[in-house]
Design a protein around this ligand. Structure first.
Ligand SMILES: [Zn+2]
Ligand SMILES: [Zn+2]
Length: 149
């Protein structure tokens, strides 16, 4: 009987120690460290911030060639069809801002049939001329559309 009591006592102590150490781990400030680098790693693939390139690079510092390229890109973006979300589209979420489309939202349709908020995709396309969902180059798709027209 004495052995049994001793065993259970040491078990209790181990349990207490375990829970204590796990508690310390949970509240440890080290837990706060991982999020920042994680967020930074996610940013390039899913940019949710809406800064246009001219925010980091003032228009006055752009070369003439860059200005022409930006103007051309804006022109191409404006050729993409836009519409008002009516709830009938297959994809119901804008993968850029991760918000679901609401009835009446202004959306832009890419040639690959993916749909995004106009302001989200316009901002995205200024930095990367590919569909953020399927990585289909919008450039080439647009040129094909022009040829068939
Ligand atoms: Zn959006
Ligand atoms: Zn796509």
């Amino acid at each position: 009987m004495g052995n049994c009591l001793q065993t259970s006592t040491s078990d209790d102590i181990n349990l207490l120690r375990d829970s204590e150490s796990s508690n310390t781990r949970d509240t440890s400030p080290e837990q706060l460290d991982p999020p920042p680098p994680y967020q930074e790693a996610v940013r390039p693939t899913v940019p949710v911030y809406h800064t246009a390139p001219n925010v980091t690079r003032p228009a006055t510092q752009l070369t003439e060639e860059e200005q022409v390229r930006i103007a051309q890109r804006i022109g191409l973006i404006q050729h993409l069809p836009t519409g008002i979300y009516d709830g009938s589209k297959k994809n119901r979420e804008c993968v850029i801002c991760m918000y679901e489309f609401q009835y009446g939202d202004t959306v832009r349709f890419l040639p690959c049939m993916h749909t995004y908020h106009t302001h989200c995709i316009d901002d995205w396309l200024m930095r990367s001329f590919t569909c953020p969902s399927c990585m289909e180059p919008v450039d080439a798709a647009l040129l094909t559309t022009y040829e068939t027209n």
